[in-house]
Ligand binder design. Structure first.
Ligand code: TEU
Length: 563
């Protein structure tokens, strides 16, 4: 049944709120997406992942689902979705749906029914426990933290019971121990696959299974209290295998799991082919190279060695019995050209193309986040009120509660805010970047659209989009780029990333300069006569056995052994 089409796929992620607003109401919509499918196809992608389109009260902008079988009306109707699916398939674009099943919205009928009566069978759909009395205080059932700051427990009205929410208060965790819950989820997956969707991205999947009975976390140096009891839980493999057996394996599906800081061992187990769990998971380790422990707000000077290790290790360690993914941006991250110590003011084109080259020529499926293909930049938000993401507000409030002055707290959250990637897509330099025809947008427009937009990029002789086209064409057809074994060179070099990809008679050598200065590099002897198949500069300077890489220069060389 499974054709493994995903192995040479290229995925484009759309955050529907901000892609294209066809009816000028301020929100992106399905009709808008359909109008841009040719643009996406021409880039060279083969699949689209849609961030949630389902009904949602949007406390976490779609990641709090209140109906898994319907489309939110701001995006359109189910008939619109069916047309979208059809239009994608007509263009040979696979459709990957986001599936947020660690939790539901508190406005989901299951949760509402659960709260209606203490005897409701729906009560066991969630994780509800009695609080602990201490004197005349009622404490939560455990000391677990939510990933979004504060306690992971919320009291149910005036009762002495609490429900678990590992994210927003409005996102109640489902009880995966309950077979009825798993059955409902399996039915939902089959519902979408019967419609013809080709795969799923599972949101925070490695939190489905928790350790019971619920207990306090006494670990000293934990980044998040309770994580040891709700990350990579004891029934994870069993749950994923069940989804596979009863839904995923019945269709020619592809799955990518978004995991929350999985252990290396478990990460490998989730994707090993023989385990029949997930096809791939995301690897974000390299994106932690400019922040502390993955907490994006806690900025630290960029560490290239950490970036390289994070990017390369999954390629070398998961090789053979699993597949991999390659990510630079998504809806939870700032724009890549504004990270990694990059001088984006002077070298935006060079840096955007360098990052794409050294990331996507690796082993795994490229995931491209909308706007990344034109090197779109972070937004210069002027106040916290312009930020819509609840997480920005939680962290801002937390900093204020520690006594941090307003301005400092705002500057603190600005670097890593998720809002940067969630502003409307800039199509040209007309009003609102032609995301719509001028209606106030749900999220402020990044004023940089006047200089950086799709139309201008496509007309430029230094078009980032056109460079991506060349890169992706190689990525999809060159066997070494798809299947090649990755080997890193000069790990200790603090300016250069270099690795090879070897498959049968072909070897590629990928090299990129992370510095804004020219850097000399001695190419390994065997590749010196290789052909340059991709270069983000017009030339390659040589100086004896050295090559001289200009600021943010990246290249791919190819050599073929003749038998
Ligand atoms: O994100 C999971 C997650 O924990 C992080 O990526 C999180 O966004 C980040 O640490 C906050 O700084 C997934 C979704 O991608 C995200 O958009 C949702 O908010 C979250 O799950 C809850 O559904």
């Amino acid at each position: 049944m499974k054709t493994q089409w995903y192995k040479n796929a290229v995925v484009y992620q759309i955050y529907p709120f901000s892609f294209m607003d066809s009816n000028n109401d301020g929100w992106g919509d399905i009709e808008g997406i359909i109008s841009k499918l040719d643009y996406i196809k021409d880039l060279g992608v083969t699949a689209i992942w849609f961030s949630p389109l389902y009904k949602s009260p949007d406390y976490d902008y779609g990641y709090d689902i209140s109906d898994y079988r319907d489309i939110d009306e701001k995006f359109g109707t189910m008939a619109d979705f069916d047309r979208l699916l059809d239009e994608c398939h007509k263009r040979d674009l696979k459709v990957i749906m986001d599936m947020v099943i660690n939790h539901t919205s508190i406005e989901h009928p299951w949760f509402k029914k659960a709260l209606e009566s203490p005897d409701s069978p729906y009560r066991d759909y969630y994780i509800i426990r009695k609080g602990r009395r201490k004197g005349n205080k009622l404490l939560p059932p455990s000391n677990w933290d939510s990933s979004f700051t504060g306690s992971a427990w919320e009291r149910i009205g005036e009762t002495d019971e609490f429900y678990l929410h590992l994210f927003c208060v409005e996102q109640a965790d489902l009880n995966w121990e309950n077979p009825a819950v798993r059955k409902k989820i399996i039915d939902i997956l089959n519902f979408w696959m019967d419609k013809g969707v080709d795969g799923f991205r599972f949101d925070v999947f490695n939190m489905f299974s928790k350790v019971y009975p619920i207990q306090d976390d006494h670990q000293r140096n934990t980044f998040q209290k309770g994580a040891q009891y709700y990350v990579d839980g004891p029934r994870m493999h069993e749950f994923l295998q069940e989804l596979n057996e009863k839904a995923l394996s019945l269709h020619d599906s592809y799955t990518v799991g978004e995991s929350f800081r999985p252990s290396e061992k478990e990460a490998h187990e989730y994707v090993k082919e023989e385990n029949h769990e997930l096809d791939t998971i995301f690897n974000f380790a390299h994106l932690d190279s400019d922040n502390i422990g993955g907490k994006k707000f806690f900025w630290k000077p960029f560490d290239l060695l950490q970036f390289k290790k994070g990017l390369i290790k999954p390629q070398t360690d998961y090789y053979k019995d699993a597949w991999n993914t390659l990510v630079l941006e998504n809806h939870d991250n700032p724009r890549c050209v504004n990270r990694f110590s990059i001088d984006t003011e002077h070298y935006r084109y060079e840096a955007a193309t360098m990052l794409a080259t050294i990331t996507y020529m690796g082993f795994g499926i490229p995931f491209i986040y909308m706007g990344q293909e034109i090197g779109f930049v972070n937004t210069d938000f002027s106040s916290i009120d312009e930020m819509k993401d609840p997480v920005s507000h939680f962290v801002y409030d937390l900093m204020r509660s520690y006594g941090m002055p307003e301005k400092l707290a705002f500057n603190f959250i600005k670097y890593g805010a998720r809002d940067h990637s969630r502003v409307p897509m800039p199509w040209d330099d007309s009003v609102n970047g032609s995301f719509n025809r001028g209606h106030e947008t749900w999220q402020c427009v990044n004023q940089a659209y006047q200089d950086i937009n799709v139309k201008k990029d496509l007309n430029s002789n230094r078009s980032i989009y056109r460079y991506y086209q060349k890169l992706l064409a190689i990525k999809k057809t060159n066997k070494a780029a798809i299947y090649g074994k990755t080997r890193e060179f000069d790990h200790g070099n603090k300016k250069i990333i270099a690795y090879s990809r070897e498959y049968e008679n072909t070897t590629l050598f990928v090299i990129g300069n992370f510095s804004k200065k020219s850097v000399k590099y001695v190419l390994p002897e065997w590749i010196r006569h290789g052909e340059i198949i991709l270069n983000n500069y017009d030339e390659l300077k040589k100086d004896g056995v050295n090559i001289v890489l200009k600021p943010y220069q990246a290249m791919v060389l190819e050599i073929n052994k003749v038998d």
